[in-house]
Design a protein around this ligand. Structure first.
Ligand SMILES: [Zn+2]
Length: 285
């Protein structure tokens, strides 16, 4: 799990040509046995019978009421062209998928403003639901090389097998993180707007990106002597405290954990990590 609360690692986006991605019929039921059963613990809540309907973890609040129901749609050729026009920038591609693939959240049509308001985890759950509506539940891999025994293996990964984190209390918007020297940080979870601010920092300085998230999401710090500092500048926080807060924000954010997917390869018995990226989800977009 990365320390930074940027998206799951989409670094390999577009570059990872998994042979056979275009051949969804090839995988057999036998290959599904490769999946480790206990990875299937936390599935996203997808309400039957309408597969284009999804219940978000947090949703949006309007006049004191939370709205969590969302509607996605199957992507068309026009959407595909729009996604291609977003180029190789994984953030823009993700945003395009969200804006074109989601019809409504609560009672509102999807918009840039609405997308910015959503928790990062809800945005990822929505994109997963757009994938489900467009290509179905199964991600098919053929001739995937095992890094341990080198055998080429076919694998079917159901979206529901990707580890998923739920919010303990969907309406809790403020969290306490214990810091060094008996201090406590009061934080909120990052949203699409925070994510956009991080992506706007172009110089590749990860610490600056961390500072941006901390400046936005740390509401106040109560020091060991009881003094409360509102909106402390991230550059003034102790390095250890910064790491602790970022880890909390990453661990607590709900939604699919694309980076945490792994399966047990039956032939050699090894657990093989297989981070799922956007290109795998959307067949090379
Ligand atoms: Zn193996």
């Amino acid at each position: 799990m990365p320390e930074s609360v940027v998206l799951p690692d989409f670094d390999s986006f577009g570059a990872q040509a998994i042979k056979g991605l275009e051949d969804p019929e090839a995988a057999t039921a036998a290959t599904q046995a490769l999946l480790k059963e206990d990875r299937n613990s936390g599935e996203p809540v997808i309400s039957a019978p309408d597969e284009n309907h999804v219940t978000l973890e947090r949703g949006v609040c309007r006049e004191g009421t939370w709205y969590r129901e969302a509607e996605v749609k199957e992507l068309t050729g026009a959407d595909e062209e729009a996604i291609a026009a977003a180029g190789s920038n994984s953030y823009k591609v993700f945003e395009t998928l969200l804006l074109r693939g989601v019809r409504t959240v609560g009672n509102e049509p999807m918009s840039r403003k609405l997308a910015a308001e959503l928790l990062i985890g809800d945005r990822e759950l929505l994109v997963m639901s757009v994938r489900r509506a467009t290509f179905g539940e199964a991600i098919e891999f053929t001739e995937l090389p095992c890094p341990y025994c080198k055998e080429l293996t076919d694998l079917t990964v159901p979206l529901g097998a990707i580890p998923f984190t739920h919010l303990a209390d969907p309406e809790q918007t403020e969290f306490e993180v214990p810091l060094r020297h008996r201090a406590v940080a009061f934080v909120r979870l990052p949203t699409g707007e925070d994510q956009a601010a991080v992506f706007a920092i172009k110089d590749g300085n990860g610490a600056k990106q961390d500072s941006e998230i901390l400046n936005r999401c740390v509401l106040r710090v109560r020091q060991g002597d009881g003094t409360v500092i509102k909106r402390p500048p991230a550059t003034h926080l102790w390095m250890g405290d910064r790491k602790a807060i970022l880890k909390f924000l990453t661990d607590t954010q709900p939604g699919p954990r694309y980076n945490a997917f792994a399966f047990t390869h039956e032939t050699c018995g090894e657990e093989v990590e297989l981070p799922i990226d956007l290109a795998m989800l959307f067949r090379g977009v």
